[in-house]
Ligand binder design. Structure first.
Ligand SMILES: Cc1ncc(COP(=O)(O)OP(=O)(O)O)c(N)n1
Ligand SMILES: Cc1nc(C(=O)O)sc1CCOP(=O)(O)O
Length: 629
């Protein structure tokens, strides 16, 4: 087989089912599709006689050769060899990858179907050129699928592949079409690896005009989705909560100036309250659960709240119509998965919504967020959160985990609210106890945040933070008023305070923000045994000392960090004084003034530390080339 460079971006997998071809000839359909920009073709026919398979494969190969793109044969090495195809695609139950490689040679393109990290790692280690990751979404083209893994499952596989030395390409397959292809590529991207392409059957084979379908799909694979455009083009995100707080007044001010439409598909209980909150902060509410008018509303540059509080089968279909319309126009959408963990119906509804469209933000209490994350054995009692056994760090991690999985912003409400966009995570400690004593406070927070999102699309975390602070500080102001005697009098006072804060901000008075109580959560040290805040320069503080008791040691400890001549030096000296062996990794320490570094390292060497490099240290730890890591 001749070696060929491969572009996996638009991978057409064929299917000869009459329901898809509707009387047309497969080879003609493929020819049309290739004209439209398909970059690789797989002949997949699981039932044909060998002679017929060879005949069709030959005809397909004539087409692909004309366009200089590879032809891959599904399952059948014999057919691939007979026609000189460029490669084969193997399932988990097909012939062993090593045997296929021996039979086809080094130049052959060999792809493997995978649906989990284990299968993908095995395929990569076994020398596959690419993996077909599926089943992405349920599809009528293939009903005997093992598991539907969604973009979250694809992302996990890509994450694992990115950490491997073996270079393997990846496409996703199952239910990809014109309406979701951009979202699939966007949401499945792992930190260091994106899909190399998408594989489709029906979106092209069943299309009335396969050339047009291929052209459109190809065009979409090259552009970010509408909901990510603002992020991608202007995506400078404000770093650090101080800078973020300073940006909040501009968002609140803009609410009154732009009067953004806030479209609420929300439950019957809170419609009136949500509309009043929306008006008070300067937005323009519309309470419509009719999917039929969503397409028109989505053009009005507002945002959409999908609140599952009183979800019904018809309501769910209407949400999906609206979600798609807003996604198409790039209008932000918030999911409020009310009571997501309470019933099977709600769990299924959430899964369906997540597979049908993109949510710029998911807002829920701890139980709801856990349920959206797919935690097993979770039984939520009604729509309330219930208590939590988790630490603040654990709760912040939940928000961060969901946000990075969905590539959006997550607002997890509770006595402390946690906001994350997967990179930055904040805890907000504002609010008033009366918010917990009235109906619909969580839902109307969703409406507030959605209104902010409508006018602040570049930095969605800033929009969320602005909405949360406006809402919760207004609640604090209301709760302090003398005329407020309890939850009943709190509601109108709260609406008044939302209105006052918005007006004050428009007039340039931002004093209300002084009440904000925000912490930036440091969660990047995943798996850290201890994260200790310290004012001492040395890290040898009680929280750290307890992990290094001399009677269990002495320990061999590697030290990295800043500043080499201050904290690193004092920590190392304390560790040595307490009997431990210390390695200072020269390429892992630094000082603002670079001249300090060699002087500090020289001193530490004299004090008895081993000054070495990270690579030298790691190889010394491993000791043997046979070790997996
Ligand atoms: C690119 C690509 N990915 C996955 C498949 C798997 O489909 P199928 O051949 O129906 O299933 P298995 O035989 O692998 O179980 C594919 N054909 N192409
Ligand atoms: C061939 C195939 N393999 C899948 C897998 O999950 O491995 S799903 C699938 C069918 C994909 O068809 P469509 O693009 O029409 O949804």
């Amino acid at each position: 087989m001749r070696k060929m460079s491969v572009d996996y971006s638009l991978y057409l997998v064929t299917d000869s089912a009459e329901t898809l071809l509707r009387g047309r000839d497969l080879v003609e359909v493929v020819k049309a599709a290739v004209k439209g920009g398909v970059t690789i073709v797989q002949f997949r026919d699981k039932t044909g006689e060998t002679g017929e398979l060879v005949r069709v494969a030959k005809a397909l190969h004539a087409v692909t050769k004309q366009y200089n793109i590879p032809l891959i044969v599904n399952d059948r090495i014999d057919v691939a060899l007979a026609v000189g195809a460029e490669g084969v695609h193997l399932g988990q139950d097909d012939i062993d990858l090593q045997i296929a490689r021996k039979l086809l040679g080094d130049n052959a393109i060999i792809g493997v179907s995978v649906s989990s990290v284990d299968e993908a790692v095995r395929a990569a280690k076994g020398g596959a050129n690419y993996v077909g990751i599926g089943t992405l979404f349920a599809t009528s083209t293939k009903v005997d699928t093992k598991s539907v893994i969604g973009t979250a499952g694809v992302k996990k596989v890509l994450g694992a592949l990115s950490a491997m030395d073996e270079k393997v390409s990846a496409v996703a397959i199952g239910g990809v079409n014109l309406s979701n292809v951009q979202r699939v590529i966007y949401q499945s991207k792992a930190s260091f690896k994106a899909l190399d392409g998408i594989a489709v059957v029906s979106a092209i084979i069943a299309a009335p005009d396969p050339t047009k379908a291929a052209k459109e799909l190809k065009g979409l694979t090259r552009q970010p989705p509408a909901f990510a455009v603002a992020n991608v083009q202007n995506g400078r995100k404000v770093k650090g909560y101080q800078a973020l707080i300073q940006s909040v007044p501009a968002v609140v001010k803009m609410l009154g100036q732009a009067r953004p439409l806030c479209h609420n598909m929300t439950n019957l209980v809170v419609q009136n309250f949500a509309a009043n909150v929306s008006l008070a902060i300067g937005a323009s509410p519309i309470m419509s659960s009719n999917g039929g008018e969503a397409a028109d509303l989505a053009r009005l540059k507002g945002s959409l709240v999908i609140n599952m509080g009183t979800v019904t089968p018809d309501g769910l279909e209407a949400y999906i119509v609206a979600l798609r319309a807003y996604n198409m126009h790039g209008g932000p959408v918030i999911l409020d998965p009310v009571g997501a963990g309470a019933t099977r119906t709600r769990r299924d509804a959430v899964n369906r919504l997540l597979s049908e469209g993109y949510f710029d933000m998911i807002k829920g209490n701890e139980q709801e967020i856990k349920s959206v994350l797919g935690e097993e054995n979770l039984q939520q009692n009604g729509v309330d959160s219930g208590g939590s056994a988790l630490t603040d760090n654990d709760r912040a991690r939940l928000a961060k985990k969901l946000a990075s999985r969905e590539r959006n912003v997550v607002l997890m409400t509770g006595p402390t609210d946690f906001l994350s966009d997967g990179e930055r995570t904040f805890a907000v400690n504002n609010g008033h106890e009366y918010l917990g004593k009235i109906t619909g406070s969580g839902c109307t927070l969703g409406t507030t945040v959605a209104s902010c999102l409508a006018i602040q699309r570049e930095d969605k975390l800033l929009a969320a933070l602005s909405g949360v602070l406006l809402f919760e500080i207004a609640a604090e102001h209301a709760g302090l008023r003398e005329d407020v005697k309890g939850p009943g009098t709190f509601v109108p006072a709260f609406i008044d305070e939302l209105y006052h804060i918005t007006k004050q901000t428009a007039a340039g008075n931002n004093g209300w923000l002084a009440a904000s109580k925000i912490n930036e959560m440091e969660l990047s040290l995943e798996g850290a045994v201890e994260c200790a805040d310290k004012s001492a320069f040395s890290m040898w503080v009680p929280e750290i000392q307890k992990h290094f008791k001399l009677e269990d040691g002495p320990y061999e400890i590697a030290v990295v960090g800043i500043e080499s001549h201050i904290c690193v030096t004092q920590t190392t000296i304390d560790l040595l004084a307490n009997g431990h062996k210390v390695y200072v990794l020269a390429d892992g320490v630094s000082s603002c003034n670079p001249q300090e570094v060699p002087i500090a390292l020289d001193r530490l060497r004299k004090e008895g530390a081993v000054v070495t490099t990270s690579e030298s240290f790691l190889f010394e730890c491993m000791g043997d080339a046979g070790i997996g890591e």
